[in-house]
Design a protein around this ligand. Structure first.
Ligand code: SF4
Ligand code: FES
Length: 363
C-alpha cells in the first residue's frame, strides 16, 4: 500500500471568480457545512500520520476562510510543507505577513490571460491588477511563486506573452495547464477546446521560451489530452499519491471524483487511514484488476492506468470504461467528434462561453 504524499485541502468552495473552466461541483448546497478549524487541524494530523508531506490549501478561494492563518500554523507545527493555491483576491500585505509568520511555504496564483481585459473576462470579475500586486507581494516576502494559467481556445495564443508576464513578476515556476473538461468546463467545451493549429503553435512557443528561460523559471506545459494519442496517468493513478478533502469533509481520490456514482467516504464517519487503505471508494480503481478491455491486456496499463475515471464517466456515463481520449478506446469517437468540431468551427465569439454562475458562498 503506497503512502499518500500530498493532501489537497479544499477549505471552501466560496470563490470571488466565475471561471468558465471551473471544475468544482455544480451543486454547492451539499457543501454548506464546512469543516471547522479544529476539524481541519485533526484531518491534517491524521494525514501527517499517514505519511503526507505536502499540504495544498485550495478551494474555491482558501483566503475566504477567516481561519486560514491558524490552519497554516497548525500545518507548520505538524511538519507539513504548505502551498496556498489562490486567485490572490484577499491577499493583503497584512494577511500575507501573517501567513509568512505562520510558516506558509509556497504560493500559487492563478491568472487567466496575459492582459487585463482578457484575464478579467475569463475570470468573470475584475481581478487582474490585484493578482499582479499580490504576485509582487509574494516575491517581496521571499516566497517561491508559481503562476498557474489554465489554457484554452481563448488564451492559448498568448503563451509567449503569458511567459513574459511571469518573467516580469519573477515567478519561479509557471504551469500552463490545458483545460480538463469536467463540470462547468464540459458545459463550455465548444468555446474552450482549441484547434489543432493553436495547439501546435503553443507547443512551439513554449519550447522556445522554455529554452530561453532555462535556469531561471520552470515552465510546465501539460498537453491537452484531447489531442493526445493516449490519456495521462490521471493523479498518477487512482488513490496512489494524493487525497483530497472537500469542504464538507468528503474524502476523494481526486478533486473531480465527487461526480462519480461510488460510495462516499467522509472524515465524519471514518479515519483517514481507513479511507485511504480500505474504503470501497479508494479501492475501486486502484491497480489494474478493475480494468476492462482494451486496457486489461494493453502494454500501457501501468503507464496511464486506463486514463481518467472522471473523464470516462463524464463522457460515457460509466467510470469503469477506458478513457475515451485513448485511440484504442471503443468510445474514442466522442473525443474525435469534439476535436473535429473544434477544427471546423470558426473561432467562437468571446461571449460564447458562460461564466460560472455561483454565488460568493455556498447557499
Ligand atoms: Fe491506456 Fe487503456 Fe488506452 Fe492502453 S487501452 S493506452 S491502458 S487507456
Ligand atoms: Fe478523477 Fe481523473 S480527475 S480520475
Amino acid at each position: 500500500m503506497p503512502s499518500p504524499f500530498g493532501l489537497l485541502a479544499e477549505l471552501t468552495y466560496a470563490c470571488p471568480l466565475h471561471c468558465a473552466y471551473c471544475s468544482n461541483p455544480l451543486n454547492l448546497t451539499d457543501y454548506r457545512d464546512e469543516l471547522g478549524t479544529d476539524q481541519w487541524l485533526g484531518v491534517m494530523a491524521e494525514a501527517r500520520e499517514l505519511g503526507v508531506l505536502q499540504l495544498h490549501l485550495s478551494g474555491g478561494e482558501p483566503l475566504q476562510r477567516h481561519d486560514i492563518v491558524e490552519i497554516v500554523r497548525g500545518a507548520t507545527e505538524l511538519g507539513l510543507y504548505s502551498n496556498l493555491i489562490t486567485s490572490a483576491l484577499g491577499l493583503s500585505r497584512r494577511r500575507a505577513e501573517q501567513l509568512a509568520e505562520a510558516g506558509l511555504g509556497h504560493v500559487q496564483i492563478s491568472i487567466q490571460a496575459a492582459d487585463e481585459a482578457g484575464s478579467d473576462r475569463i475570470a468573470g470579475t475584475r481581478s487582474f491588477e490585484r493578482k499582479l500586486t499580490a504576485a509582487r507581494l509574494v516575491k517581496d516576502l521571499g516566497w517561491p511563486l508559481t503562476l498557474n494559467v489554465v489554457l484554452h481556445r481563448q488564451n492559448i495564443d498568448q503563451v509567449t506573452e503569458i511567459l513574459h508576464l511571469a518573467e516580469k513578476l519573477r515567478a519561479d515556476r509557471v504551469e500552463l495547464a490545458n483545460t480538463q473538461y469536467y463540470g462547468w468546463a464540459l458545459h463550455n467545451r465548444g468555446a474552450l477546446l482549441p484547434s489543432r493549429p493553436q495547439v501546435e503553435r503553443a507547443e512551439t512557443a513554449v519550447r522556445a521560451e522554455r529554452e530561453r528561460l532555462r535556469g531561471q523559471m520552470d515552465v510546465v506545459y501539460v498537453l491537452p489530452d484531447y489531442y493526445s494519442q493516449y490519456p495521462k496517468p490521471c493523479m498518477g493513478g487512482w488513490a496512489q499519491l494524493e487525497l483530497t478533502v472537500a469542504p464538507n469533509g468528503d474524502v476523494l481520490p481526486c478533486p473531480a471524483a465527487h461526480t462519480l456514482p461510488l460510495p462516499r467516504a467522509s472524515v465524519h464517519e471514518a479515519s483517514l487511514a481507513w479511507i485511504w487503505q480500505e474504503s470501497p471508494l479508494f479501492q475501486r480503481f486502484r491497480g489494474t484488476e478493475w480494468m476492462p478491455e482494451p486496457c486489461r491486456s494493453c502494454a500501457r496499463r501501468e503507464i496511464d492506468f486506463g486514463g481518467c475515471r472522471c473523464q470516462a464517466f463524464e463522457l460515457t456515463g460509466d467510470p469503469a470504461r477506458t478513457d475515451p481520449v485513448c485511440v484504442l478506446s471503443p468510445d474514442h469517437e466522442i473525443v474525435a467528434e469534439a476535436v473535429r468540431a473544434a477544427n471546423e468551427a470558426e473561432r467562437p465569439a468571446a461571449e460564447e462561453f458562460t461564466p460560472r454562475p455561483h454565488p460568493g458562498r455556498p447557499v
